[in-house]
Design a protein around this ligand. Structure first.
Ligand SMILES: [Zn+2]
Length: 122
């Protein structure tokens, strides 16, 4: 991949990283919100639901940040845009949609199948 394209994906990843950090902070704040002073049980369970949703989102976002950091590392060491399994170049459209992609569609499907995750049929 040429320098210009790498720079494009690096910016894309940095942008996503900033967004993910913001979202992570917001969700953590909700998850840790002080529930003192709430005595209505309906309001309480709604609050708990919000908190557990926020926690789920927060853990997804921290995972995303890790993936972004890994992708940025691959840009640094020159392996970005190659499938980590078979070494084939990744489809650029795929990378644009998911700049943290590590595998091409074929390997991704094989890995998911091996993990027993059902691949959605399109
Ligand atoms: Zn592959």
């Amino acid at each position: 991949m040429d320098k210009q394209k790498l720079e494009y994906f690096r910016n894309l990843l940095l942008q996503q990283r900033r967004q993910a950090i913001e979202d992570l902070r917001a969700n953590r704040a909700i998850a840790l919100e002080d529930i003192d002073g709430v005595d209505d049980s309906g309001e309480m369970s709604e609050l708990n639901l919000n908190r557990s949703t926020a926690l789920t989102l927060a853990s997804r976002q921290s995972q995303l940040i890790e993936e972004i950091d890994e992708a940025l590392g691959r840009i640094e060491d020159g392996t970005y845009g190659q499938c980590s399994r078979c070494g084939k170049p990744l489809d650029e459209e795929r990378l644009k949609a998911m700049p943290t992609a590590k595998y091409d569609a074929e390997c991704q499907a094989a890995i998911e199948a091996a993990q027993g995750i059902a691949t959605p049929t399109l």
